[in-house]
Write a protein that binds this ligand. Structure first.
Ligand SMILES: N[C@@H](CCC(=O)N[C@@H](CS)C(=O)NCC(=O)O)C(=O)O
Length: 239
């Protein structure tokens, strides 16, 4: 049965504006799982209200990591099956760094940094599909909600300078960890590589400049990793 992947629309040469959506679509391509993509308009209809989610046999599954675990288990571990338990643990820890820590600096970059709003709001308007007059109101509400989330998480309590430094140190740690390996674990890409591609891409493919993007672009190994992933899985998004 074909899987439908529900996700937010492409942005700046990435298959989605959401790194979690990019990660899951990359996984589906890696595992060669037949699927169709449905672009969300407005809020996600998943049980958690978040994207991405998939529909399989009328069943909705949500959360990129949980969906990948489910697909790995039900489709014979096509991607991470060859990893040792220690490698799986390391992969999970690195994904948590990307998704639960660096992600919040990305949220700041996109929603709070005053330099981004001119570029970001037209995308949001299209994403929401609401009447044009309502866009500033909806954008302000969304921005306020995310600023609150950033403060609750803790990163949003710092000054901009410190927030950028936090993000830069995460990126530096990832670059040092990857070193000169082509992929995170061995000869072929794994789920970790899907995740790294998604988050590095979200930073370096943003149309605006900021200290996080500048610092990430200086790590040639992260940029080459991103380019290798595009060439292998997303030639339709190259350039
Ligand atoms: N842990 C989730 C995170 C998903 C997530 O935070 N998605 C964001 C987009 S980047 C979202 O749907 N936000 C909409 C909202 O919170 O209303 C996953 O891996 O899928």
């Amino acid at each position: 049965m074909t899987i439908t992947l529900f996700q937010y629309k492409p942005l700046s040469g990435l298959p989605s504006a959401s790194p979690f959506c990019v990660k899951l679509e990359t996984y589906l391509r890696m595992a060669e799982i037949e699927h169709t993509v449905s672009i969300l308009k407005g809020r996600s209809a998943s049980p958690t209200g978040k994207a991405p989610y998939i529909e399989e046999d009328g069943r909705l599954l949500t959360d990129s990591g949980l969906i990948i675990n489910y697909l790995e288990q039900t489709k014979g571990h096509p991607v991470d099956g060859r990893l040792t338990l220690a490698e799986r643990a390391e992969s999970l820890a690195l994904q948590r760094l990307l998704e639960e820590h660096l992600y919040w600096v990305i949220v700041y970059m996109r929603w709070v940094d005053p330099g981004t709003r001119a570029d970001w709001r037209p995308y949001l308007a299209d994403l929401i599909g609401a009447p044009k007059v309502l866009i500033p109101l909806i954008a302000r509400q969304t921005e306020r909600g995310l600023m609150k989330a950033l403060r609750t998480q803790g990163i949003g309590l710092h000054t901009p300078d410190v927030i950028w430094r936090i993000g830069v140190s995460d990126v530096q740690a990832l670059a040092h960890w990857l070193g000169n390996r082509p992929w995170g674990f061995g000869e072929t890409p794994t789920v970790f590589d899907a995740c790294l591609y998604a988050f590095v891409g979200t930073i370096i493919r943003t149309p605006w400049n900021n200290p996080l993007k500048a610092a990430t672009l200086k790590h040639g190994n992260l940029v080459s990793h991103f380019d290798r992933m595009v060439a292998r899985y997303f030639p339709d998004f190259a350039g």
